[in-house]
Structure formats: structure tokens, C-alpha cells
Design a protein around this ligand. Structure first.
Ligand code: ATP
Ligand code: MG
Length: 581
């Protein structure tokens, strides 16, 4: 269901910042030509620290930092921390970490060394408000929140003026100072911009720009009892920081007249920043609102913000997604004005493509079945040379122990195979990766009738360099040496939801109704080759024939290996969908 308007060109550049073009870059390029700001192009990424960053934010990060990089400018990371109720230091720290991780290689060239905080501007914003009051462009209003909504009207219903609209300047100054001094209860009064109560745009109908809230702020503590509203704080923060292009998502298009109005009233540096809107990323089979992600965390439906099933940057990192794969994905979806739903298969494709180039190939057995090579000498161990990455010769080789007793994948054997099963069965032959052709002579069963061991013979001539090394068999299987393999836990992840749009159910059911009960499968009895003993997070592996994996950053330790499956080798959902048709 990819939006036809979103370019998905397979040939999109791997580095989204070199030579990318889109309507925003066109605008910036034209503005840069005029040199009208007299300073380098300056963008900003302004998250509210009320949750962890998600893949939608990654789109905005790639765009804002990418433009700064392309035009030799800078991009400010600004905490939009003007709403103390939901903001926390933990979020601030995770945001800084995630942004740096995502733009790793070029952070130093475009990311201003300091982090900016809108809360640092509280005093300046207050002074600007006083300026507005003095000019007769703002007034203190005593209407309650409900009354405000009622008076404001709706797009199809006219607004009506507040009875306090014509308060005198002195009275407004006095009341506003007392609002700041904490004389009035929460919600008792607001400061409103005096614009146009008859405007067809309800955002222009005398919007509130300050409200009273006795909530401690994570940075300013109890210093303030009034806080600026988003629309007021945002344009002025942009102006204070010398932002040239303020790039935001489409829902802010209707707020743009207010953004421009505020900057037009005040004595601010000219020209003011220019707001440009683009379509947000909506990704299938997940949800992206921080409020909903927080619900999943709070209700224990996932293991935390960095649960590898979460669409958060922290979750993707822990799952084993390289930052470059996310950047490539963001380049592929492009930047447009059209809202659409991006197919998650496109993200998965970008991840596979990236990992195929970078992942080290290793052997791991997820559901072990013992195999004894009865004609292989007891006690003998060979160190077989194996290629680390056929896509990257510089990755070199490693030695993998091979011996008489091995583990193979339980699924690779069937006692009574159907026609289209080409792997191991009694009397059948397959090749063992890096070794020779083996034949299953006997399946040993326990009292319950379950196959617990395979007794096989190996054709010694079929090994590398041997006279029958080119023998054709239908399957090649991976294995580990039983005595040398390390135990490991493996977590198989799948999509978090079973439907493409969990938060847009036609019947209005809650998004949590559609959680995928099989999004995590825990395998506790796996065996991996010994080279994985020191596996560290953010080293990317391909478990041959199984998929891409990485060590879990929270739980993997020497002596207790834990791996996450990042993505399968192929898209099994597409296959399932094709079958269902
Ligand atoms: P949420 O609804 O998830 O809370 P938000 O827009 O309130 O998201 P902010 O912290 O305000 O989150 O977002 C910071 C920046 O990231 C904003 O400029 C916003 O436009 C951008 N952004 C947020 N979500 C997306 C998305 N899905 N696609 C592209 N950009 C996004
Ligand atoms: Mg927001």
C-alpha cells in the first residue's frame, strides 16, 4: 500500500544527503542563492522530550540534518520543552543519544555542539509577551478553558469576542505580572494574542499564548507558574536561534499564519525564519504516536521504549538495525506533501540490503538436533576455514571447529518428507556447509517416539579438494560442532501488529486489539559457533540460512549469549499475503 506519490526508486542514493533533491531542498537552494539571511542555512530538529524518538522522527532528522549538511549549514537539536507535565530528563538523554547515533559519521560537521532548550528562552519569551501587550496585541483573558473553546467557535461556526478583549494595556500588564507571580490558580486566566476573532482559520481567533500551570519543569523547577503555548514559543525559539528554515509536518500548515503573525509584530531579526511543511511518515504494521507508544510501555505490553519490536530509534538500534539502513530508508521514501502509508517491507528491504553488505556470516542452530558422523574418527577436531563475508573480502576468514558430533537444525530433518522437501531424511544426502556430503543412515528415537539423534556417514571424497567435491546434492545445511558450540538464547521478533493500520480501525477498535501475539518467540536452547563468544551489540551477523542477528545490548554477556533477530533473509509476510490471494 505504498503511496504512489512517494518515490521508492530502487536506485536512491545510499547517502541521503549527497545530491538528494525534493521540493524543500529546491526552496532552500533558491533562498541560499539570495543570501538574504546573511548566514549559513540553519535548520533545527525540535522534539518534545515526552517520549523516545521513533522512525517518523528519523525522517525529520535526516531531512533537517541532511539539508544542513548539503548546504554547508548547521542544524540545532532543540528540546521543545515548554509543556512540563509530560517531559522528563530520561527522554532528553535518550533523544540526544539517538540523534547522535542516527547521524553518526557526520554529527560533528552539522550538529551544533550544544543542545538547545526552548526553556532557556522563558524569560525572553516573557519579555516578548510584554511587548505584545504594550502594543495592544495581547490581552489577559479570564475565560475558563471550556469557555475559551466555546468562544473560539469552529471552522464552520464563528467565534465571538472575549468580554476581556478590550482590557487596557496597564491592566493587562498588571494581570500578566500577577499571573507570573503565581497569584491565580491554574487555568484561571490566559494571555491571548489579539488577532482576528472572525478569521476563517480558528488558529487566528485570538489564540492563547500563555497559560497558568503549577507544574515543576525538569530544568527550571518551580521558577515558572506560567508556560508559553507551542505556537508562540516555537516561532520565537526559531527566531532567537537564527533558524533560516523551520521544517515541520503538514498539520502545522494551518498554524503558519500564526507563526508569521507573531514574528511580524515583534522586533525580531529580519528576515524571519521560513516555515515549510512536509508529509509525516506513516509506517504500516506499527503506531508512531508517542502517546500510544507510552501506553505500550506503561501497560507492560512491550519490554520498554527500547524493546526491539518498537518503532523507536532505541528499539531499532537494539534490534540490530544499522543507522545507515534507516538513513537509506528515509532517502527512499523521499519528501513530499502527500500523506500516505509507507509499506514496512520497504524498511525491511533497506535493512536487509545494508546488512547483506556488512554482516559477518556465522553458523548458529536455533533448534538443535544431534547428528553423529559414524565414519568420522572419534576425538578428531578440524578447524575449517570459513569466509566471514562473501560481499566483503576485507572481512577475512575465521576457523570453525568440525568434529564427529554436530548439531543441525531440527527443521532440516523429516522422517517422512513430503515431495517438496529436499533436506535431510532417512537415506537422503545433503551437503554440510564448508564440509562434505553426508547421508542419513538412521534416525534414533526415544521412548516417546521422538527423533533425538541422527546417525550419518560422510563421503570423505566430497570435501573441498576431494575427487567428488563437486557432487550435486539438493541442499546445503548449516551446523555447529556439539562439543565446541556455545549455548545461546535467541529472540525472534516479528511485526508488533497484525494489521497495516492498527490505529485506524474502521470499527474504531483500540489499536492494542491488533497486537501480534507472535511478535516475540523465545528460543532458549540454541547453539552458536564459538567465534560468537565475545559478540557485542552493534556487530551485525548473518546466521547462515536464518536471518540477520545481533547481540542484545541489555542482556547479552560473556557466558550468557542472547541474540535478537533483526530481520529474516526474505519477506515471509509477502509470501503469506500472496498465498492468501
Ligand atoms: P508524536 O505525535 O509522536 O508525539 P510529535 O510530532 O508530537 O510526535 P515532536 O517531538 O513534536 O513529536 O516531533 C519533533 C519533530 O519530529 C517535529 O518537527 C515533527 O514534525 C517531527 N515528526 C514527528 N513525527 C513525525 C513523523 N511521523 N514523520 C516525520 N516527522 C515527524
Ligand atoms: Mg509535537
Amino acid at each position: 500500500m505504498t503511496n504512489a506519490n512517494e518515490p521508492t526508486a530502487a536506485g536512491a542514493p545510499a547517502d541521503p544527503h549527497s545530491g538528494a533533491t525534493d521540493f524543500i531542498r529546491d526552496i532552500v537552494a533558491a533562498d541560499a542563492q539570495t543570501g538574504k539571511w546573511g548566514r549559513p542555512i540553519t535548520t533545527r530538529f525540535p522534539p518534545e522530550p515526552n517520549g523516545y524518538l521513533h522512525i517518523g522522527h528519523a525522517k525529520s532528522i535526516c531531512l533537517n540534518f541532511g539539508i544542513a549538511r548539503q548546504f554547508g549549514g548547521v542544524c540545532n537539536l532543540r528540546m521543545d520543552d515548554t509543556n512540563p507535565a509530560k517531559e522528563e530528563v530520561e527522554y532528553v538523554e535518550s533523544i540526544i543519544q539517538d540523534v547522535r547515533w542516527l547521524i553518526d559519521g557526520w554529527a560533528d560537521s552539522v550538529l551544533a555542539p550544544q543542545v538547545y532548550y526552548a526553556s532557556d528562552y522563558f524569560e525572553k519569551l516573557y519579555q516578548y509577551a510584554i511587548e505584545l501587550i504594550r502594543m495592544g496585541r495581547a490581552y489577559v483573558c479570564d475565560l475558563t478553558a471550556e469557555q475559551l473553546i466555546e468562544y473560539r467557535g469552529a471552522p464552520d461556526r464563528p467565534g465571538k469576542p472575549s468580554p476581556y478583549r478590550d482590557r487596557g494595556v496597564e491592566e493587562n500588564l498588571n494581570l500578566f505580572a500577577r499571573m507570573r507571580a503565581g497569584e491565580f490558580p491554574d487555568g484561571a486566566r490566559t494571555l491571548r494574542a489579539k488577532i482576528d476573532i472572525g478569521s476563517p482559520n480558528i488558529h487566528m481567533r485570538d489564540p492563547a499564548i500563555y497559560r497558568i500551570r503549577r507544574v515543576d519543569h525538569h530544568r527550571t523547577g518551580s521558577q515558572w507558574t506560567i508556560y508559553p503555548m507551542y505556537d508562540y514559543a516555537h516561532c520565537l525559539s526559531d527566531s532567537i536561534e537564527g533558524i533560516t528554515h523551520s521544517i515541520c509536518t503538514l498539520e502545522f500548515e494551518v498554524h503558519r499564519p500564526l507563526y508569521e503573525w507573531i514574528l511580524a509584530q515583534l522586533q525580531v531579526p529580519q528576515p524571519p525564519p521560513r516555515q515549510i511543511e512536509f508529509a509525516r511518515l506513516n509506517l504500516g504494521y506499527t503506531v508512531m504516536s508517542k502517546r500510544k507508544l507510552l501506553q505500550l510501555v506503561d501497560e507492560g505490553l512491550v519490554g520498554g521504549w527500547d524493546d526491539p519490536r518498537m518503532p523507536t530509534v532505541a528499539g531499532l538500534r537494539r534490534r540490530g538495525v544499522p543507522p545507515a539502513a534507516i538513513r537509506t530508508f528515509c532517502a527512499r521514501i523521499g519528501v513530499t506533501k502527500y500523506e500516505g502509508l509507507t509499506d514496512i517491507a520497504l524498511l525491511e528491504h533497506s535493512i536487509r540490503e545494508d546488512l547483506n553488505r556488512r554482516a559477518r556470516r556465522v553458523m548458529a542452530v536455533l533448534r538443535p538436533l544431534k547428528m553423529v558422523l559414524v565414519n568420522y574418527p572419534e576425538g578428531q577436531v578440524e578447524e575449517i576455514e570459513a569466509v566471514n563475508n562473501p560481499e566483503d573480502p576485507s572481512a577475512g576468514t575465521r576457523r570453525v571447529p568440525f568434529s564427529r558430533e554436530l548439531f543441525i537444525e531440527r527443521d532440516d530433518f523429516m522422517e517422512h518428507p513430503p515431495k517438496d522437501f529436499y533436506r535431510l531424511a532417512p537415506g537422503r544426502e545433503v551437503r554440510l556447509r564448508y564440509a562434505g556430503v553426508i547421508r542419513c543412515e538412521e534416525a534414533v528415537k526415544n521412548a516417546a517416539g521422538e527423533v533425538v539423534e541422527l546417525r550419518c556417514t560422510m563421503d570423505p571424497g566430497s570435501r573441498a579438494g576431494g575427487p567428488t567435491s563437486h557432487r550435486k546434492v539438493k541442499a546445503t545445511m548449516h551446523w555447529v560442532s556439539a562439543a565446541h558450540a556455545l549455548p545461546a538464547e535467541v529472540r525472534l521478533y516479528d511485526r508488533l501488529f497484525t494489521v497495516p493500520e492498527p490505529d485506524a480501525d474502521p470499527q474504531g477498535r483500540d489499536f492494542k486489539t491488533f497486537l501480534n501475539p507472535h511478535s516475540l518467540e523465545l528460543l532458549t536452547d540454541c547453539r552458536v559457533e564459538p567465534s560468537l563468544a565475545g559478540a557485542s551489540p552493534e556487530t551485525y551477523y548473518q546466521f547462515e540460512r536464518l536471518g540477520y542477528f545481533c547481540a542484545d545490548s541489555r542482556d547479552c554477556q560473556p557466558g550468557k549469549l542472547v541474540f535478537n533477530r533483526t530481520v529474516t533473509l526474505r519477506d515471509s509476510w509477502a509470501k503469506a499475503a500472496a498465498k492468501a490471494m
